[in-house]
Design a protein around this ligand. Sequence first.
Ligand code: GDG
Length: 751
Amino acid sequence: MSNGLTAYIEKDFEGTSLIIVSNREPYIHKKTGMTVKVDQPAGGLTSAMDDVLKATGGIWTAWGSGSGDREVVDAKSRVSVPPEKPSYTLKRVWLTPGEVDNYYHGYSNQVLWPLCHISLDRVYFRKRFWEDYKKANQSFADAVLEEADENSIVWVHDYHLCIVPEILREKKPELTIAHFWHIPWPDWSVFRVCPQAREILEAMLSNDLIGFQIPLFARNFMDCVRESVIDAETNYRQSTITFRGHTTRLKAFPISIDYDKFNTLASSWQTSRAIKKLKSKYALPDIVGIGVDRLEYTKGLIKRLQAINLLFERYERFRGKVTFIQIAVPTRLKEPYLSYKRSVEALVKKINDRFSTSAWRPVVYLDTKVEHKDLAAYYRMADMGIVSSAYDGMNLVGKEYVASQVDENGMLILSEFAGAADELEGAILVNPYDIEEFSDSIRKALTMAKEEKKERMSALRTQVRENDIYKWISDLLREMVFLSSSKQQKGSYFFDYTDTLHDSLAARRDSKAGKGRSPYFLFLDYDGTLTPIAESPDKARIAEEMRSLILELKKRVPVAVISGRALQDVKEQVGIEDIVYAGNHGSEIWDGERIVVSQHTDSSAQLLKNFLYALEQATAHIPGVFIEDKGVTASIHFRQVKTKVLSEFYELFTRIAKDYEQSFRITSGKKVFEIRPLDAWHKGDAVIWIMERMGNGRLPIYLGDDTTDEDAFRAIKNKGISICIGGSPDADYFLKDQDEVKDFLQWLAER
Ligand code: GDG
């Protein structure tokens, strides 16, 4: 482990307990006859994370997949690892063979994996896959919950465990949860194919942090949320999403490798000896190419072999001179992998049958796992490394090849669709779908001048050395520790009204001030509080049950409905005459009998009309923009504007709004821009005015959901109770949706 990371852990990790959750475990116990042997699955990531947990202590929760796994654990399914010097706990999760089939081979590998790699033909969905996926996620989450305390940082890995964060958040809201997504996140036009797209996105929004390999994947995730989670607030500038009172940060953390390990291994005399042995074993010519992959359709092996075939077909001069070695470790031994394996093998045979001579083979194909030390020899001796993924989160092979190129003689050919292409400047980038260009790039690599290769490889090596796996881990840990500490400062605003609010209301009711009359004054926002957010304002209707509740409540509690709608409009929508209404965000107030406040002036109304006319003219060609003129204020709704023209809309809106910013306050809400005269009252002013005139010492309780309600939350801070539907840092409490609003009003009505 790097000195930097060791020092960081020693200094800043004190007092934090780290819990890693992944599908695969870092140690597998296998039964061989009467004894149990322990195996450590090879893999850069597992061993780097293992190093970290050895230093921090903590818990790794993973599926117990080994035949001897159950024999070595305690009653809580825990075993101390590593066996030779125990320093952290491996907690195993048990899954039935049926669950493994449906959760792992099914939903994970036949739905999410192909979907995220834009291989839609391979997406195969069954209801039972999803049912067992949720069940398995519940088991992982239960295992974490048994171990976690309020200081725990939970680090979830990958696409097998999308639901875990949601379950954890519900049971232990104070946890810091981060999720690293190792594979690509596709754009919405692809992700929408998933029958559970919305459930998955919503569940993942329980994370405090979601790490992606490159910024594009974070942006895609953001777009998917914007398109399908109607009441989530996406903030592209800050890269955050707020949903149900909780904010999730999205950020790219490009994963890497243990550079020093590969560099040292490749420089060793054992590797030089291994290279000699390999050259003679396979009767290799002077020039060698290498590919190392799991036998996986996303890695583009067929395209790679087709390009090699074309190279030998077009350029006879390479025949007899170049051999390409493909290490292809079989993986997920089921369909569609078995068919893919057969296709790859048939193509290798075709090329070898066509071009081989008695002394030379164009392709050496190895379909078994190669030891790590031998891998370094293959990488170092190769004049060319090829990574040709059709789509790939990162791809570590390209980085391993670079770290092993100690002589700087080789060249890396890298698919532009692998996340690594974002960073590895100096590699020859290829589009693997374009076989001719691909084949030509191989030719270019094979004929590149020594000096150019050295220059490129040296730059690549610096890049990988300076951005190794330990930097990746410390960047992520730093972010998690930061989120964890800022959360502790702010305190949690998750709301369990059955305890806290009941107590505070009861205290108020019993106090002297409250004796003899209702102790509270109820303020209700309309859209998003009494009704769900609808496609457009005219479609938002209050449910009869909700209206009856208000009718019931108003017999005992003073009620005011405070809305951004025009006064007349909100009165008609709610349809109850003798309560207080505030329209236009508070600039018009009706006290139950008459209008008592109206800030309508002809001059400001005219200026607003000019503003709206300019907007209407500029955005007339963009379908889905709805301009609502409410006399004093206006709302520009853009929920129905298509994603592809959204940025054009933003641009136009911003340009025109600039001309009016001296006179109007412009804020954004849920897919809406609110325009209000600078001197007009906001909802907070209205609440204060109403309380001063009609409050009689009562406690204001304000329920709202939008950014414009935050003025009211702030106005009653420490003087009343604010409740945000969906949550807000300015509100005291949080309710999930209209069902919970109903429960709350019901409870209040029953007092
Ligand atoms: C996912 C994402 C992302 C392969 N054959 C042998 C062997 N390997 C090792 C390689 C390399 C690893 O397997 C494969 O790396 P990838 O990056 O291709 O990883 P995936 O399995 O697709 O995993 C990917 C990664 O997560 C990490 O976030 O980069 O984009 O799909 O380390 O060396 N290792 C040994 N013998 C072999 O025969 N020892």
